[in-house]
Design a protein around this ligand. Structure first.
Ligand SMILES: Nc1ncnc2c1ncn2[C@@H]1O[C@H](COP(=O)(O)OP(=O)(O)OP(=O)(O)O)[C@@H](O)[C@H]1O
Length: 604
């Protein structure tokens, strides 16, 4: 556990560590004020136990004489008020420190969440294609939240209470070593014994909660994502029962952790009472029954115990909470380590609108994929096996082929989302590299099969992921006009401000595709790539969308992936792909007349 906490500490940013260091001073200050409060009770009780202490030449007698009080009773009241004042200050200091500690944990939690979100959003396409979205969401939200409230927060508490208990024990040690050592040994041994008994359960249930948590997220994302199928097939029961099972596991795990961390309080109360009886007997023996001597010592020990016992309990609760929830830390551990550099790279640069500064790299002659080989990590077969093809600038090019022939992979390479293992992608004979990739991507508009609509206005959906105040409304209107959506927008009373997406107005599949086109056009793309963007449409709508697309031919380069050959009929060149290679190329009529596979695909 200590190793994990140490590692977690090393993952904090410099600023977070610096803030922690400042908090450490507050914690020590808090402990010292608590000790001052405890010690202050001593003189008060000494006078209560034996008023004659105000006579003679002791320190109390000197203080009484110096105070100028008329009677011992008034002096005693003054002492009482002083004790209260010290305790009041100690309480204020503690409240402030506790508040700062809670704030620190919450801030670190929020920063970790942002750091992971930032890290995931900057991961390459291959990372996202092999990671479950619900798993990532669960890490950014639930697991970080768990780490915040059940690891960082208790760790801060553990820190504060350990310092307080240690310093208090040292103070008592100075006052009476026997009492200090016996007290610490009795309570630490009791807690250690209890902790050793429950620790395995805590780890086990902590892990179970993490597993069940991610299962629940998966079920939610699959259940809501496939709601149409579920409604049709009436298969909700299976999902609900698995969700119930996972929820029960979480409840049981959290209950066990909570229960086990609270349980020792009752055992400790028993030990505490036993200790008080032993202490009284010890003091009676030490001061030979002199109550005047026993009273101040007993008050100090009682008050110290009153502070230390909950301290011990908190230390125990914190350790068990941390132990029970370190599994949450384990689930995000690797990503936190990996995001260490990322946090610096991206947060600091404040790249709010990164595209604005990037000059698009517009192809003048051709885009060329040259002897490209690509294989996905963990697979043996090559997705692309020496693919070579040329896309002339401002022409319309189609990619066709059976499912799995490598069309989407070729397009992902073209978009710069993945890198070839071998071979090159050249724009007017200049290869795409890490340095010029952003310029290349700035000139591409991509229209996927499924257009993602955010729960926002049409305006914000066209200018996707751009801050509202930075949206060029004229450009949005122009893009909508080019995508032939302006008529539709005019029909909505709120025009561009009409909300679409999950909770907004519903638009048809064809309109959705056109919105995707408008989004690509808003970027002022000179290369438009459609990945089976029309396959979900009916024949008539597809025809209309294809007419839209064709209007761009001659003005921009268009690359179309299509299953239905009717989609690529008007293309200047069609490439036929098979097993990651080009097997034939030509116009629709060329291929229809000579290529058997093409004829079969086209049902000629
Ligand atoms: N993320 C991935 N991880 C592993 N293998 C993949 C991944 N994506 C694609 N593949 C494999 O790469 C090969 C080419 O796939 P690709 O999606 O490029 O073909 P496609 O022609 O676009 O197919 P479709 O028309 O069905 O979309 C296939 O064998 C596929 O199984």
């Amino acid at each position: 556990m200590l190793n994990q906490l140490r590692e977690f500490y090393s993952l904090l940013t410099r600023q977070q560590r610096l803030r922690l260091l400042k908090l450490q001073f507050l914690i020590i200050g808090m402990a010292l004020t608590q000790i001052a409060g405890v010690i202050a009770i001593g003189p008060f009780m000494a006078v209560v136990g034996d008023m004659s202490k105000l006579q003679g030449d002791g320190r109390l007698a000197w203080a009484y004489a110096y105070s100028g009080m008329q009677s011992p009773e008034i002096f005693l009241s003054l002492l009482g008020a002083l004790v209260l004042a010290v305790l009041f200050l100690a309480a204020l200091f503690s409240i402030y420190t506790t508040w700062r500690l809670a704030l620190y944990s919450a801030q670190v939690g929020a920063e970790l969440s942002s750091r992971l979100y930032n890290y995931y959003l900057h991961q390459p396409w291959l990372f996202h294609s092999s990671h479950n979205t619900s798993g990532l969401i669960s890490k950014v939200s639930v697991e970080v939240q768990r780490v915040t409230t059940r690891v960082i927060n208790p760790a801060m508490e553990l820190n504060a209470k350990s310092v307080m208990v240690t310093l208090m024990a040292v103070a008592i040690f100075i006052y009476n070593p026997v009492v200090a050592i016996s007290g610490v040994v009795i309570f630490v041994a009791t807690y250690l014994l209890l902790y050793q008994t429950v620790r395995r359960f805590l780890t086990l249930h902590g892990r179970r909660v993490s597993e069940a948590q991610s299962k629940r997220f998966k079920l939610m994302s699959e259940g809501f994502g496939g709601i149409k199928d579920l409604l049709l097939l009436h298969r909700q029961a299976g999902f609900i029962s698995r969700f119930d099972k996972a929820s029960n596991r979480i409840a049981r795990g959290q209950g066990v952790t909570q229960g086990l961390s609270e349980a020792p309080r009752y055992a400790i109360e028993l030990v505490a009472f036993g200790s008080v009886i032993m202490l009284v007997l010890y003091l009676l023996n030490l001061y030979e029954g002199n109550l005047g001597e026993i009273l101040p010592a007993l008050s100090i020990y009682a008050l110290a115990g009153f502070k230390m016992l909950p301290g011990f309990q908190r230390i125990y609760t914190s350790i068990s909470k941390i132990r029970g929830n370190l599994a949450a830390y384990d689930t995000i551990r690797e990503d936190l380590i990996a995001s260490r550099g990322e946090a610096k790279n991206h947060c600091a640069s404040g790249e709010a609108q990164p595209d604005a500064r990037i000059r698009p790299w517009v192809p003048r002659r051709e885009i060329r994929l040259q002897d490209v080989i690509f294989d996905y990590p963990g697979t043996r077969a090559r997705a692309l096996d020496g693919l070579t093809l040329s896309i002339p600038a401002n022409k319309m090019v189609g990619l066709v082929g059976a499912s799995g022939s490598g069309k989407s992979t070729a397009v992902d390479l073209l978009l710069g989302l993945i890198e070839p293992r071998e071979g090159r992608i050249l724009i007017d004979d200049e290869p795409i590299t890490q340095e010029n990739l952003r310029h290349w991507q700035a000139s591409i508009g991509f229209v996927p099969q499924q257009i993602f609509l955010s729960d926002a206005s049409i305006l914000e959906n066209v200018a996707f992921a751009i801050d509202r105040q930075d949206i060029d409304v004229a450009r949005v209107k122009e893009a909508l006009q080019m995508a032939q959506l302006d008529d539709l927008i005019e029909r909505f009373p709120e025009g561009l401000e009409t909300r679409i997406g999950e909770r907004g107005v519903q638009i048809s599949g064809g309109q959705r595709q056109r919105l995707g086109i408008a989004r690509a056009l808003y970027q002022q793309a000179s290369v438009l790539v459609f990945d089976e963007a029309t396959s979900a449409l009916d024949g008539i709508t597809e025809r209309r969308v294809m007419d839209d697309i064709q209007r761009f031919s001659g003005q921009m380069t268009v690359v179309l992936i299509a299953h239905r050959l009717a989609t690529v009929k008007e293309c200047d060149i069609i490439y036929m792909l098979e097993d990651g290679k080009v097997t034939d190329a030509g116009t629709y009529d060329d291929l229809a007349s000579r290529n058997q596979t093409f004829q079969m695909m086209a049902n000629l």
